[in-house]
Design a protein around this ligand. Structure first.
Ligand SMILES: Cc1ncc(COP(=O)(O)O)c(C=O)c1O
Length: 321
């Protein structure tokens, strides 16, 4: 049997000690990352700006979002450390995309996954989790992902020999994944021309790892974080940090300014983007684009790169906060 045969992955993972190198042999997991950086010229022209805007299209990852990067790094490190194997169940909290990424990895590699998801996660996401064989515990939407995180932590602590708590809000592998992949990809794809990075903040893993790498290459690069303008919002994946617990995966020292975006602004921009550029993105991507247009509008000649985390939802079928 060849090393890249998926059956071998599952079989060997069912044993006592899977090897992390086997993950890299899987053609599905080998295509995590290396996403396209696409120019958004019509959007900028409509806005009347004198700057370049490029979007990193993370929906092309195997499970459909940027979260494949962090989930794969977390799972790989856990396998290397011997924390995930021999029948252990991965446990974590997620508002949706990380959950789907873990679910894909669990089904692919043969480990069980239990996820704590706020009840207001989209029906499409929940259906996908169920299709991937994941066990889902729905939590109080009022307590948000912070509440879901507490419940996940409590379950893992109740039987540490049975559970691996992946803890995406505190696991250093989350920002590290972006330091090792997203940052270098953007630096290479922009041909070292970028002047601004604009990025939504959920766990803060994407902005922290990517910004750290880019600022090490060129200290003058400006980093802009994007947050919802109020606690009740429909920008799935983003956190309103003034009223939420600060994840340790978010290093604010790397962020030069924060732009706050209203759900309605993101909804309008998502519709315009689909018409102008042929791209349907999720609302957190649209919020990042609203902020990017503000940033570019203030900085003539700028080369702005923003991360578009997923293609969630559809224009015209808007979620409510
Ligand atoms: C749709 C979406 N946008 C943005 C983010 C934020 O990314 P990060 O957690 O790396 O800050 C997430 C995270 O789950 C997400 O699902």
């Amino acid at each position: 049997m060849r090393a890249s045969d998926p059956a071998r992955l599952t079989t060997s993972f069912g044993g006592a000690s899977p090897r992390a190198s086997e993950l890299l042999d899987d053609p599905l997991l080998a295509v995590v990352g290396n996403t396209p950086l696409v120019p958004l010229r019509r959007l900028v022209a409509r806005h009347g700006g004198a700057f370049e805007l490029w979007g990193k299209l993370e929906a092309t990852n195997p499970s459909g979002s940027v979260k494949d990067r962090a989930a794969l790094a977390i799972v790989r490190a856990a396998i290397e450390a011997g924390d995930l194997g021999a029948g252990r169940t991965l446990v974590d909290a997620s508002s949706g995309n990380t959950a789907v990424a873990y679910a894909m990895l669990g089904a692919r590699l043969g480990f069980s996954v239990t996820l704590f998801v706020p009840r207001n996660a989209s029906a499409e996401r929940l259906a996908r989790l169920s299709a991937l064989g994941t066990s889902v515990v729905l939590t109080d939407p009022g307590a948000g992902t912070d509440g879901a995180q507490e419940e996940a932590r409590a379950l893992a602590a109740s039987a540490p020999e049975r559970y691996f708590f992946a803890d995406q809000y505190n696991n250093p592998q989350n920002p590290l994944a972006h330091y090792r992949t997203t940052g270098p990809e953007i630096w290479r794809q922009s041909r070292r021309r970028l002047t601004h990075l604009v990025c939504g903040v959920g766990t803060g893993g994407t902005i922290t790892g990517t910004a750290r790498f880019l600022k090490e290459q060129e200290a003058s690069i400006q980093v802009v974080g994007v947050e919802p303008d109020e606690p009740m919002h429909a920008l799935e994946g983003l956190k309103h940090l003034p009223t939420a617990r600060r994840p340790s995966t978010y290093d604010e020292a790397l962020v030069d300014r924060t732009e706050r975006v209203a759900t309605e602004e993101a909804v309008a921009l998502r519709a315009a983007l689909a018409r102008d550029e042929g791209l349907v993105v999720g609302l957190s991507s649209a919020a990042a684009l609203v902020a990017s247009l503000r940033v570019g509008g203030r900085s003539e000649g700028a080369y702005v790169v923003t991360v578009l985390p997923d293609s969630g939802g559809s224009p015209g079928q808007e979620p409510t906060a």
